[in-house]
Design a protein around this ligand. Sequence first.
Ligand code: SF4
Ligand code: SF4
Length: 209
Amino acid sequence: MPPLPGSGLAKGLAVTLRTMTKKTVTEQYPDAQPELPPRTRGVIGLFEENCTVCMLCARECPDWCIYIDSHKETVPAAVEGGRERSRNVLDRFAIDFSLCMYCGICIEVCPFDALFWSPEFEYAETDIRELTHERDKLREWMWTVPSPPALDPAAEEPKELAAARKAADKLAATQAAQAAQAAQAAEAAEAAQAEQPAASDDPGEETPA
Ligand code: SF4
Ligand code: SF4
């Protein structure tokens, strides 16, 4: 049966009316910032103090877009007669975001928690070379990394927290013992002073003939 004349128009108007009453999903970016999920992969931040230059991230990156340079430094022995140590010092750490595919492997494999995801995404450039972010820029991204979510109440205490708590307890116990020792010594000194003969308190007093 051929369609009734004007049925197409009625159908179109029905769609228009249905859409008009629905809530709009358009985000008014850049006037309004989008609400991003907490684990958004925007850009990678480097917490340089934690980096030991182990090169694991650069080796595992499937795009080979992490560039690391370093040199070795000799650290003198901590005790007399001890052995000198050598450590790696970071000279360059850069990520080329024009090659990066945001897989997150570098962050996963870093054994020292030196790399983190930041939700920042506004770093488009007109020059592709500017998309290679050097260590200073990667450090700046660190300050935009959100805090980790709170632990589940039933979760085990993380080993880092347990170790820090143990060290703090040990320090508090040592300080308390030192304070008790100092108080004891002060008490003993006071008692010894009180026991001294009265004559020694007044050396100018004369003995009668
Ligand atoms: S996110 Fe993936 S591609 Fe990007 S730097 Fe890390 S390992 Fe390489
Ligand atoms: S894996 Fe981590 S510690 Fe090792 S070089 Fe990369 S950022 Fe530094």
